[in-house]
Design a protein around this ligand. Sequence first.
Ligand code: ACM
Length: 540
Amino acid sequence: MTELIPAPRAVAGPDHTGVPLAPDTTLWAAPGTETTERWLRATLGAALGLPLRPGPRDAPGGLRLLLDDSLDPEAYRLTADGERGVEIRGGGPAGVFWGAQTLRQLLGPEAFRRAPLRPGRTPVVPGGTVEDAPRFRWRGMMLDVARHFMPKDGVLRYLDLMAAHKLNVLHFHLTDDQGWRVEIKRHPRLTEAGSWRARTKWGHRASPLWDDTPHGGFYTQDDIREIVAYAAERHITVVPEIDVPGHSQAAIAAYPELGNNDVVDTASLTVWDTWGVSENVLAPTDTTLRFYEGVFEELLDLFPSRFIHVGGDECPKTQWRASPVAQARIRELGLADEDELQSWFIRHFDSWLTERGRRLIGWDEILEGGLAEGAAVSSWRGYAGGVAAARAGHDVVMCPEQQVYLDHRQDAGEDEPVPIGFVRTLEDVYRFEPVPAELMPEEAVHVLGTQANVWTEVMENQGRVDYQVFPRLAAFAEVAWSALPAPGERDFAGFEQRLTAHYRRLDALGVAYRRPGGPLPWQRRPGILGRPIDGPPPRQ
Ligand code: ACM
């Protein structure tokens, strides 16, 4: 009971005999707990070779799932007692599901496989009680599938990995300069043309190397429905991001009229093949607004999430400054400058989404030039955006790049394969504090939670993603879920000890995580690809 990740609030025991799970062990599930009932049979049952047949509530030694409204919706209490069986009570369906994730960890690494190693073996749930509840309601991971496309199976696998770590928001970065990844029926060229690029920069920005293999891919609307439903079964919300008005070169390459074609020949643009921030941003015209309303209309049909992410980051204003069309719009709207033009653009979609019962969320640049009322902010350029937004009464998700950008290197060594950004070790992530110290309690309530961001410029396949994400996502999950003390007082040595057990789970799941000793030979990269490009920032 002591090797759980993320760490639970309280553990008592072992104070009873354990509960053996055998082929005749039954499962009783109260109304409202069906997602967990299905997950237990499909996942735990498959791993351990147990049918977990339905049985009566009071079956001796059985599994029982029920709701208990004295608990918070995501809280649970798991009790294992050799005489009474295993009971998981959750404040709501999600709480029961998180309790089942704990049950899986209690059963050892074999519970993380897809088929039993030793059919006929009887695993035992150790006797005792786990009382648990999350610290934050937004415990997220952002996955960039634009820079490198992750095929659908990989996304489903990541949803499983998130669920195993009690994370509940997938921020799905679906569009960028380098690719458009979601089918939009009324604008088919977004994926026909916008999802493919001819070649790809190999390494980060300064690399002189190229991979000349065309790269691309996209999710059909049915793929998206499947991803969203698979996530919902795991109590994970998928928050889609369509990045506007910057990071839009792939869309402009597909539909040149979306770009500033009074200053650049947008008809000759291609989906971008290098990294960085493209100057080719959307034109602030009615054509663009109507086009993206169409995009968001289809998106709202696909994603039930209350929050819809509109990006809003890194929008260079060079073209708007030069464009007579953009300048005329600034005058016509009585705006002060290009920052206010961006703000006007974001506010348009804020009203549009609000009218449809949704809420806009965007990167912290949406604060510049005035933040739309009701909008929420993903604070990525450090803490400042989150502080300003929370003080102004806006909800915030904290994801400062200095702490929780998982594309950043995990070690300073020459063997580290990814040359982006700062060195951010496992311990740095473990000591990340999502709530800015300067917020007063009444301001801090606006911190919905936190997410780790996985940008994939130099992660061209699942193995690379796994290496960057794990084991740091396990540390992050504990930050997001557990009631940890202040960063300096956190027991990192104790976490590392529990991680020893967690590595066996990740091994069973087939995760190509970074080993404590550094990359395996295939995980290294020679030459320029292994050297840091950006200097480290001052440490917090
Ligand atoms: C970002 O990293 N541009 C949000």
